[in-house]
Write a protein that binds this ligand. Structure first.
Ligand code: SF4
Length: 66
């Protein structure tokens, strides 16, 4: 059973990302670091973990869009 609504998509603004690695370290199911040292989305579903990454990102680089 899916306990969350999959409506929005997770995105990362590469210009805002400071490469701290927090999102990829804590939510590897959704994010990874690329060769430029920036985070990228590998699963754009808005899971609870991804929602937490949005609130925890120190640069405000992660967002949820419809
Ligand atoms: S938490 Fe934010 S600033 Fe840090 S790597 Fe992820 S997107 Fe970039």
């Amino acid at each position: 059973m899916i306990d969350y609504v999959i409506n929005n998509m997770i995105k990362i603004d590469q210009n805002k990302c400071v490469g701290c690695g927090l999102c990829a370290g804590q939510h590897p199911e959704s994010f990874q670091m690329n060769l430029d040292g920036k985070a990228e989305v590998i699963n754009s579903q808005e899971t609870p973990g991804a929602q937490k990454a949005i609130s925890d990102c120190p640069a405000g680089a992660i967002s949820s869009v419809k």
